[in-house]
Write a protein that binds this ligand. Sequence first.
Ligand code: SF4
Ligand code: SF4
Length: 342
Amino acid sequence: MSKSYYSNKSALESGTWVKLICGASNEDLPSITDLCAVYGAAGVHCVDVAADIAVAAAAREGLKWVENKLGKKPWLMISVSDGTDIHFRKASFEPRFCPKECPQPCLKVCPTNAISETLGVIEDLCYGCGRCLPACPLELIKEENNLLEIKDFGPLVSRIKPDAVEIHTAPGRMKEFERSVKAILQSQVQLERVAVSCGLEGHGITKNELSKELWSRYECLRRYKQKAIWQLDGRPMSGDLGIGTAKAAILLLEKIQPIAPPGPLQLAGGTNEKTIHHIQSNHCLAGIAFGGFARKLIQPFLIEAKKQNKKLIECPEALNQAIKMAQVLVNPWLRKGFGEKC
Ligand code: SF4
Ligand code: SF4
């Protein structure tokens, strides 16, 4: 077995695990390759992409680059939903309805520059993060569902053959969760982990109710002989650009840690470069996932490469700079290790 196999697993145990959430929809594919290459080279243990053949192929290209150059093999995780959560939506609006005097706050909040003054939302660049929706004072921006059904999970996992699958679930969806697990396992693909992504925000439930929901999923995964990662979504797919949001995932960890089922706890949603400063000595966690903030950090390099009609992995100087920037975000987590006291 490869060294990477052990290092990804031991990172979960030692609290040094870092995951890149690489975009939840069929966004601009060269960027996915580059994001995976840059953050893979910076040391992440896993990249998490939408359950889509094209997206997974683009991610694999980046991961292959990392393996060839550095011998590391981050896991490829694909994300599915047992409901209709926001991860599988894209934004859209008609620019002709926008008043000329609008200061265009939607353009400013979009981490991927997916909003064009004249074209509206550029579908290939939009990864459904939802930031632009509340930004429009006239509520012109809507979400469009891009839903994958549970019955599609098995064939899709068979084709993609990921190392791990993440199920985005929500309170009250235990039956759908179990159906999802069964469908995924029909693929016969040996998975390293089944990650479970769940949060409190927007569900109107208490931490004890969330704990019960997680425990029932734990029992389910045990029945099917699968190992979990518990992804605590402080702010699901929003707010990770602002300084004040860094605490959201930590607050959820504090609530859930004492009543969580066994298995590694990982922060997500609202995570950014400030999150690490909020970790206390009594926190017990496996690591962190970075999403929009990680992308934003290297976005200028992605844009520049695109202007030259190249991938970033084809521009050595810019690539090295991008990797250095990514390391600034990732390295503190790789060094620190939060799992020893768990
Ligand atoms: S802010 Fe998010 S949802 Fe809106 S267009 Fe940009 S990527 Fe898409
Ligand atoms: S904020 Fe709303 S009205 Fe203004 S440009 Fe964006 S979509 Fe149009």
